[in-house]
Ligand binder design. Structure first.
Ligand SMILES: NC(=O)c1ccc[n+]([C@@H]2O[C@H](COP(=O)([O-])OP(=O)(O)OC[C@H]3O[C@@H](n4cnc5c(N)ncnc54)[C@H](O)[C@@H]3O)[C@@H](O)[C@H]2O)c1
Length: 272
């Protein structure tokens, strides 16, 4: 079997963990070919930590040309352009910054179809995407996700600044946002990839409901999902341990991307 050449865009918490996993867990099936980060120090630091030495690309185009599968682990601002460039050059793509692609998702899907390539979107830090996908074969009536995080997890979010919310003064559970996934991903793009994934798997960004709560009592990122469907009602709660390199990122998000790679390479596929 020819090895799949994988390139990673973004060498932070997720990109770094995935690079290590590709080398350690998928040595027979894949080759980590290239890394790219707009912060060249980040890519250089990651290469130093790895046992093998992938090429550090100086631009996105160089990485795409060297790879069969491009993993985007960069930012919501850049994920659409990265996915579009990869698909246009007939490469498969895995997207982690899902908040950045929901608006233009139809265009990406059409491009993937036209070029016979795939867009992989891991479930990320939530449970229930499997059941939602199955329920959506029938009729889904309502999907709501409630995300609860420590106020510190919302540091740097411009919506918080614009609303004049002082995160350090939050002493009890406080609803920061309640509305559609469309607005949630616009205002909280770095925090709410899970709402984007849920929208794509279910009712879309206009009809998926999102509530965001800041709670000084919690240290984990908690996602509760309620689904009402003709197949029955589904409720899931995921209490996420945070990634040691980035407290905004849940460790499960990394594992879910590794699980998608496993799905690509291994002969047995479990789950929807
Ligand atoms: N799908 C999910 O469930 C989920 C969960 C957590 C995080 N995420 C998203 O995944 C992305 C990566 O998360 P992380 O924790 O690794 O973040 P991080 O901040 O630790 O790392 C991101 C890296 O990407 C680099 N980068 C930014 N823009 C770039 C660009 N245009 N081109 C190349 N490199 C670029 C940064 O310099 C940084 O090194 C974020 O957008 C985050 O919101 C998704």
């Amino acid at each position: 079997m020819n090895k799949l050449n994988i390139g990673i865009v973004g060498c932070g918490a997720i990109g770094g963990s995935l690079a290590k996993a590709i080398i350690k867990d998928f040595a027979k099936e894949a080759r980590l070919t290239a890394l790219y980060d707009i912060d060249t120090l980040k890519s250089a630091m990651l290469v130093k930590k790895l046992k093998i030495r992938p090429i550090v690309s100086i631009d996105l185009g160089g990485l795409i040309r060297r790879s069969d599968l491009i993993i985007e682990a960069a930012s919501a601002k850049s994920s659409f352009a990265i996915a579009k460039s990869a698909l246009a050059l007939k490469k498969n793509v895995m997207v982690m910054s899902v908040g950045g692609i929901v608006q233009g998702f139809n265009l990406l899907s059409k491009l993937a179809f036209k070029n016979n390539r795939k867009i992989y979107i891991p479930s990320g830090a939530i449970s229930g995407v499997d059941a939602l996908k199955a329920a959506s074969i029938g009729r889904v009536k309502n999907v709501t996700i409630t995300t609860t995080k420590n106020p510190l997890g919302f540091k740097g979010v411009s919506y918080i600044k614009d609303k004049g919310i002082d995160l350090s003064r939050i002493k009890k559970d406080t609803i920061l946002f309640s509305g559609s996934a469309k607005d949630a991903v616009r205002y909280f793009s770095q925090n709410i990839n899970v709402a984007a994934v849920l929208s794509l798997a279910g009712l879309g960004i206009n009809k998926t409901n999102v509530k965001i709560i800041a709670s000084p009592q919690v240290s984990k990122n908690i996602h509760e999902i309620k689904i009402e469907s003709h197949a029955g009602n589904i409720f899931t709660r995921t209490e996420n341990i945070l990634h040691p390199d980035n407290p905004k990122t849940s460790y499960l998000a990394v594992l879910s991307a590794i699980a998608v790679l496993k799905r690509i390479f291994k002969p047995v596929v479990i789950g929807t």
